[in-house]
Design a protein around this ligand. Structure first.
Ligand code: AMP
Length: 218
């Protein structure tokens, strides 16, 4: 696979509900590179009832992480895909230190740099508020606030549902999992010489997009 000279690999880190998915979509459109969201890939596998989906479902429903080897397989496929020649936004793809190590090895072997790690910062009470009032489109996964289950998605005509892992018990678990397993990734990058750029992810979606683009020098 020929990698473009201006290829950009960007990792988005941050707790659930921080707006990584929303900003990843905008960033992907702005930079003209694909967004890979491991959560979306896993939810599609669950919906399709593939062996991967069957393996992942109960872990995802409870807010636990799926095993690192599964995620490393998803990463490998994403980076090898033809759309990724100009780069990729990796949204929620790195959630443990072994995953960060695995990504580093993959990029090293492909001779591709990791261009940026962005950390989305939102206070915990705001995250709980956002997740408990979030609906997502069953079809295109777009998140919506202030809507009801069963409403129609303006983007694709799909039905809005509450994600099972946005129920209160699963939310509590996901935040605990983030602190225990994902927060150490921030320190891992810092000690491996990769600057982690912290983004204030509160305020309007447009304001956050402007901060993200500024952090990338755009
Ligand atoms: P998300 O849509 O990013 O909130 O992900 C939903 C769920 O998918 C997570 O709570 C995990 O169960 C699983 N998942 C997504 N990405 C990862 C990852 N990188 N490592 C482990 N589990 C993941």
């Amino acid at each position: 696979m020929a990698v473009a000279a201006d290829s950009q690999i960007v990792v988005l880190l941050g707790p659930p509900g921080a707006g990584k998915g929303t900003q990843a979509q905008r960033l992907a459109a702005n930079l003209g590179i694909p967004q890979f969201a491991s959560g979306d890939i896993l939810r599609a596998a669950v919906k399709a009832g593939t062996p991967l989906g069957v393996k992942a479902k109960s872990l995802m429903d409870s807010g636990a992480l799926v095993p690192d080897d599964v995620i490393l397989g998803i990463m490998k496929e994403a980076l090898a895909s033809p759309q990724a020649t100009r780069g990729a936004i990796l949204d929620g793809v790195v959630r443990t230190v072994p995953q960060a190590e695995g990504l580093e090895q993959m990029l090293d072997s492909l001779g591709r740099p990791l261009n940026a790690v962005l950390l989305f910062d939102v206070p915990e009470e705001e995250l709980v508020k956002r997740l408990s009032s979030r609906m997502v489109c069953e079809g295109c996964q777009t998140p919506f606030m202030g809507r009801e289950p069963g409403d129609t998605c303006e983007k694709c005509g799909g039905t809005l549902v509450r994600r099972k892992d946005d129920e209160p018990d699963a939310v509590r678990n996901r935040l605990a999992v983030y602190k225990r397993q994902t927060a150490p990734v921030i320190e891992w990058y810092r000690t491996h010489g990769v600057p982690v750029r912290q983004i204030d992810a509160t305020g309007t979606v447009d304001a956050v997009t402007a901060r993200v683009l500024r952090a990338l020098g755009k």
